[in-house]
Design a protein around this ligand. Structure first.
Ligand SMILES: *Cc1c(COP(=O)(O)O)cnc(C)c1O
Length: 380
């Protein structure tokens, strides 16, 4: 942790039961993947979120790679993703040969702008990858409708969206596949970790095979086949029981974690409201169809200079506030591959969005202090 900052941007939350669980996993004598704790986590997520099938993975990146393999992504295929996202959303498809077509963000939310999608669909389009930025839902009904009309898959990047919903349906469970992250920067963490929700029934059997290195070992352990074999492509996507045991230690505390984060989020939102009322900046917009899981608190400033100045001001007070994505269509890797379309809203979020500290141990008095410093900066 950087000692320059008395209020860091993130602190991974520990519930206190992680070590006990890890001890149990070690004593059980089986610490490779798909053991007792993996199954406990699977049961928890299936029951709580009503996902038909889930598989813990080593990361959300790997869950997205599994998704690319499940839809048989190959050279010549195109996938539509927002430019304003993390690299893994794009890389998982690119390493499987696909061409990424970037969509712009919406005017009110960094999520992709659904009204811009249809013109991006070609004969080669295979999938749309909506990213629920900050755990706030994309408008899924028109996305599913468009996908249905063109025969496309929908793979939700729900990395930030655990326990959040769209019109009463949990995110990650609406598209054909949904990918979650348990990276230490996310609400529920295992250091590194992720999960694939397999909602489309025809993918369920094959998802286990891809997960287990292309073998039918999971079916073998259930006694469904008498020996296990190489049956398909795959890789090593399952986490060890140490990771699953750690993660399970978090799940009991999920209600408490979410409640605290949402409380801090609302406090930021109330204290910063006067700045939005005066037209100084824009606070997060939660559409009527979406819930808020308190994953992150952001504001959109009028321009890059203001953001740079505010970051500097907060730093001088020991507060670490950070910007987020540099739009992927402008990245060193992709800019020469991009088709040249302007994506002005992605650029705007790239230049103007600022995230404030958000973690379980953050205190309400610290949020009040951060908001006061922001108001001071603007002379309010
Ligand atoms: C965190 C994140 C990822 C990557 O998750 P890992 O578990 O670190 O692989 C992917 N997409 C989005 C939108 C994220 O926020």
């Amino acid at each position: 942790m950087n000692s320059e900052y008395s209020i860091p941007f993130n602190k991974p939350f520990l519930t206190g039961s992680e070590l006990d669980n890890i001890r149990k996993a070690i004593r059980s004598g089986k610490i490779s993947g798909n053991g007792i704790f993996t199954r406990k986590c699977h049961d928890f997520f299936r029951e709580k979120f009503m996902f038909p099938k889930v598989l813990l993975t080593t990361s959300c990146t790997h869950a997205l790679e599994m998704a690319a393999m499940l839809i048989d992504c190959k050279p010549g295929d195109e996938v539509i993703i927002p430019s304003y996202t993390f690299v893994s959303t794009a890389n998982s498809f690119i390493i499987n040969g696909a061409k990424v077509v970037f969509a712009d963000s919406g005017p009110l939310v960094p999520n992709l702008d659904v009204s811009t999608l249809e013109p991006l669909v070609t004969q080669n389009t295979r999938a749309i990858i909506p990213v629920h930025y900050g755990g706030i839902a994309c408008d899924m009904d028109p996305i599913m409708e468009l996908a249905g009309r063109y025969g496309l898959y929908v793979i939700e990047d729900a990395a930030q969206a655990i326990d959040s919903s769209y019109k009463g349906n949990y995110l990650g469970g609406i598209g054909h596949l949904g990918a979650f992250s348990f990276h230490e920067t996310k609400n529920i963490n295992a250091g590194e970790g992720g999960m694939l929700a397999v909602n489309e029934a025809s993918f369920q059997e094959r998802s286990e095979i891809i997960w287990e290195k292309g073998t039918n070992r999971s079916a073998f352990f259930r006694g469904e086949v008498d020996k296990y074999n190489w049956v398909d492509i795959g890789s090593s996507y399952l986490p060890s029981e140490i990771t699953a045991a750690f993660l399970y230690g978090q799940l009991d505390h999920m209600g408490e974690i979410q409640e605290k984060r949402i409380r801090l989020w609302n406090l930021y939102n109330n204290n910063l409201r006067p700045l939005e009322d005066r037209g100084i900046l824009t606070l997060p917009h939660i559409p009527p169809y979406a819930t808020n899981n308190g994953h992150l608190y952001y504001m959109v400033l009028p321009d890059l200079n203001t953001r740079t100045g505010l970051i500097k001001h907060l730093k001088s007070k020991g507060i670490l506030a950070v910007f987020h994505y540099l739009p992927l269509h402008r990245s060193p890797f992709f800019q020469s591959r991009h088709d040249g379309r302007d994506l002005p809203l992605s650029d705007r979020y790239g230049d103007c969005l600022l995230r404030l500290p958000m973690y379980f141990e953050l205190e309400e008095s610290q949020v009040a202090f951060i908001c006061k410093e922001i108001c001071d900066f603007f002379g309010i």
